[in-house]
Design a protein around this ligand. Structure first.
Ligand SMILES: NC(=O)c1ccc[n+]([C@@H]2O[C@H](COP(=O)([O-])OP(=O)(O)OC[C@H]3O[C@@H](n4cnc5c(N)ncnc54)[C@H](OP(=O)(O)O)[C@@H]3O)[C@@H](O)[C@H]2O)c1
Length: 246
């Protein structure tokens, strides 16, 4: 049987790039998204599962039950590589805060809802499966700006805070998972600057060569996934597989 891949947050940007990458490699892909399956994928080996849970409601009973149900469906295929791709940085009302004076509760709530709460509830739903599946690998997309020791520039308060929190979520869950499954690897992963809706307003003045297409990033992240081992569990990894400081 071909290797089974699960991409959660598969509907846009890097998540969608990963779906396309693995399908091109001939893998069987399970995808979970708020969005319907893109027309381009209708005739492929993807099993597209749609669930639109508002990020802020992810820990409410009904939303959690819906997440549990869709994850239970997805893991019947026994995926051994799982990506969680949720992330939010800005919208029409909010841009990353340059100063503490711009911080608002609304932006902090939304940032934590998408960047922490959603991945946390999906990890919780997956946990029973992860404790039992040999050699399972889980990669949660985070960001280098969530590294506290690497922070030289300041700014981007809500995003930085939420990414530092998701790194701690991954570290803490990896310790618990390791008690049950010594062959599992659970990491957070900085994908590198990638041309998606999330990074679109911040692409000017980037050093040449830094901006990657979603296709190139997916290729790099899949290489990190295939080289992942349990000794790396709990770490924050860069797009090239090197370990970044927390
Ligand atoms: N692009 C970059 O340069 C860059 C750099 C560093 C880190 N990252 C991280 O990489 C991950 C993927 O980012 P991306 O660039 O692919 O972003 P994107 O194109 O904006 O995609 C957003 C992702 O978040 C999911 N999502 C779930 N609930 C959401 C909500 N309420 N609002 C918005 N999105 C929601 C989407 O899943 P569905 O639409 O399928 O539900 C999708 O997977 C994120 O964790 C991001 O922080 C990206």
């Amino acid at each position: 049987m071909s290797e089974q891949i699960l991409i959660i947050g598969a509907g846009s940007g890097i998540g969608y790039g990963l779906v396309q990458h693995y399908l091109q490699q001939g893998k069987a892909v399970q995808a979970i998204s708020r969005n319907a399956c893109p027309a381009a994928l209708l005739q492929t080996k993807v099993n597209w599962l749609q669930l639109d849970v508002a990020a802020a409601d992810a820990a409410e009973d009904a939303a959690e039950a819906a997440i549990n149900k869709i994850v239970a469906q997805a893991v019947t295929a026994k995926p051994t590589t799982i990506f969680i791709c949720h992330g939010w940085l800005h919208d029409n009302q909010h841009g990353p805060e340059k100063t503490l004076r711009q911080l608002t509760a609304a932006q902090m709530h939304k940032s934590f809802a998408v960047n922490v709460l959603q991945p946390a509830m999906y990890l919780k739903a997956l946990f029973g499966y992860l404790t039992k599946q040999p050699q399972v690998k889980v990669l949660v997309l985070s960001a280098k700006v969530g590294s506290i020791s690497d922070n030289q520039l300041g700014g981007w308060y809500s995003y930085r805070l939420s990414k530092a929190a998701v790194n701690m979520l991954v570290k803490t869950s990896s310790i618990e998972l390791g008690r049950y499954n010594k062959t599992a690897a659970l990491v957070s992963l900085h994908p590198g600057t990638t041309d998606t809706a999330l990074s679109a307003p911040f692409q000017t003045n980037l050093p040449s060569g830094q901006l990657q297409t979603a296709t190139a990033t997916a290729e790099r992240l899949a290489a990190v996934a295939s080289g992942l081992n349990p000794e790396l569990s709990g770490k924050l990894l860069n797009w090239d597989g090197t370990v970044l400081p927390f």
